[in-house]
Design a protein. Sequence first.
Length: 221
Amino acid sequence: MAYKKSPADIERTSMEIIEGELKERGIVLTPDRAPVVRRVIHTTADFDYARTLDFTPEAVHRALEALGRGVPIITDTNMAKTGVSAPGLGKLGGEVLCFMADPDVAARARQEGTTRAVAAVKHASAHWPHAVYAVGNAPTALFQLAEEIERGCRPALVVAVPVGFVNVVEAKEKIWQTCLDYDIPAIVARGRKGGSPVAAAICNALLYAAADMTDPGKRGW
């Protein structure tokens, strides 16, 4: 049996299948959001994201402008950090950072009796208040980020897609409303679904668009 071997051909075919199934389901995506939603579906094989991913007004446009300036991406897991496209970051002069394993952050979490995710957000917001924040695991990171926004932190974009059962829905709703109140661009996966791969997928969709790398053949494969 013949099968596709080229990574670029596999991705192109996958995206064609996704687009076809979206049409079969009667789902029409706006041009700015379509690459993000398709990338998440490509990563998860879950078409629910076509309906549960919410975007604040102009979120994609503003995120592309920021990434084009080389704004860093802060993640809440090293898994998400590893999943963010190095070629995309390299072309735009950006970087991706995660402080969950930082010894000072761990010490701060122990001292304050909180999670590392909370301590990491406090650290990141103090040094990179205008970064892209991509949260795919820790709802406590979103609650803390909402507090930091209320204190003056102004992220270029908040990607809020933690997965789970405890405080997840509430954290997403809190950050969504906070971002609306303070005019912060946000992409939020409503409900329980999400995860580090979803956070990385959203970042990659935006990076590819900002760096003119939507075609997988332009990524050095």
